[in-house]
Ligand binder design. Structure first.
Ligand code: FES
Length: 151
């Protein structure tokens, strides 16, 4: 065996070990990827909106972050979504209810469509209270119109 054969053998051995190491690292990386779910965490659909005393009797309060209107009436507290059922624009409050600035839908004060193109009324949303007395609106849960939380 010559020195040239020895160095070629050493070189090929190192290349082979390098390939095995690279394959091992790639396998570990691929396996590790399965350990962590490829999930996008979205913000919670539940919003704490404060105590009932934060809302004046007979008031309609727009909460821009949650895109909801909160009503405090003699029947209780309820929330109506401010997201238009046509294409999702945020409606604005008018003297008679709500209107959508995008395509002109009009809703009455209970969220019922009085002029399209919106296909449905504004959803009423679930309102509950925590044991600590905080109101919580769950935007993922619709309730029948007229449902309110007695306070
Ligand atoms: S998004 Fe409201 S009418 Fe089109």
């Amino acid at each position: 065996m010559t020195d040239q054969d020895h160095s070629r053998r050493t070189f090929l051995t190192r290349v082979g070990l390098g390939c095995v190491a690279a394959t091992g690292l790639a396998s570990i990386g691929a396996t590790g990827r399965y350990l962590f779910p490829a999930v996008l965490y979205e913000p919670s659909m539940k919003s704490k909106i404060g105590r009932p005393s934060s809302f004046a009797d007979g008031s309609i309060t727009f909460l821009s972050e949650s895109k909801i209107f909160v009503y405090k009436s003699p029947q209780g507290i309820y929330a109506i979504s401010a997201i238009c059922t046509h294409l999702g624009c945020v409606v604005t409050q008018t003297e008679t209810g709500f209107s959508c600035p995008c395509h002109g839908s009009v809703f009455d004060g209970d969220g019922v469509v009085t002029r399209g193109p919106a296909p449905r009324g504004l959803p009423w949303l679930d309102v509950s209270m925590t044991p600590g007395g905080q109101l919580v609106v769950d935007r993922s849960r619709q309730v029948p119109p007229g449902t309110s939380l007695k306070v």
